[in-house]
Each structure stands twice: as C-alpha cells, then as structure tokens.
Ligand binder design. Sequence first.
Ligand code: NAG
Length: 134
Amino acid sequence: MLESRAFVLWLPLSTVLLIIPNLAVAVIPQVGPFLFPRQLDAGMRASVQCAIVSGRPPFEFTWLKDDQKLTEVHGVSIRKIDDFTSNLVIAEVEADSNGNYTCKVSNSAGSDQKSAVLSVKGIFIHPNNEKESG
Ligand SMILES: *[C@@H]1O[C@H](CO)[C@@H](O)[C@H](O)[C@H]1NC(C)=O
C-alpha cells in the first residue's frame, strides 16, 4: 500500500527529472572562430581546429570549402578530436588550397558555423583580373 503510493509520487517526479536535462540538450551549438596563418607558403602545412564553445553533444561536424562539402582528398584530412573539436589538416598547401573554409556544426537544436579564408602567400585571387585588359 505504502509502496504503491510512493510509486505514484515517484512517477511524475522522475518524468520531470527526465525532462529537465532534455531541455538543456536543446541548446544550439556555438562555434568558436578559427584562423589560418597569414604567412602560408606553398608546401606548408595548414591545421585549424573547429572548437565548439557552447551547446550540447552529440554534434555533427561538416567542413566546407567555398560552400562545397570538403572531401578528404589530396592531403586533406579531417579528424574528430573529441565531442567538441574537429581538426582540419591540409598537408601541403598549394594554389588549389586557396578558398573560404567553413566549419558547420549542428545538433538536434540547430546549427552554427564559422569561416576562415586560406590564402597561400604570393598567390592572390583577383576575380576581376580576367575582365581587365593589359
Ligand atoms: C565565407 O563563407 C561563409 C559561408 O558561406 C560566408 O558567410 C562568408 O561571408 C564567406 N567569407 C568570405 C570572406 O568570403
């Protein structure tokens, strides 16, 4: 008798205790900024970390280059360090490495992203050059 009454009280209490942590899970991730070194010569190694400064795991990391999903080819590697950190390494930067790199992080609540531009020293992007004469 006493036991079943205790159970009736325990049930709603346990429901509340289960819901509270789940509300905390619904926190949109916030990604910290990252930068490529300004002095990057061709052949150098570029390594940046995408670190989440707030939000609750599990997260899904996506790296993009100029808004296209980055694939692990030609010395480009992506490694998840822990629940909150993903590491992007370009073993040897070259002209083709130049671009705008974005780390996008999402969880069940939403997503956030940060971007950084990689520009290999001595290789400049002048989008209008082709239109200019002499
Ligand atoms: C890089 O890409 C992001 C995401 O598309 C964009 O918001 C940002 O303006 C871009 N930065 C530059 C310098 O192009």
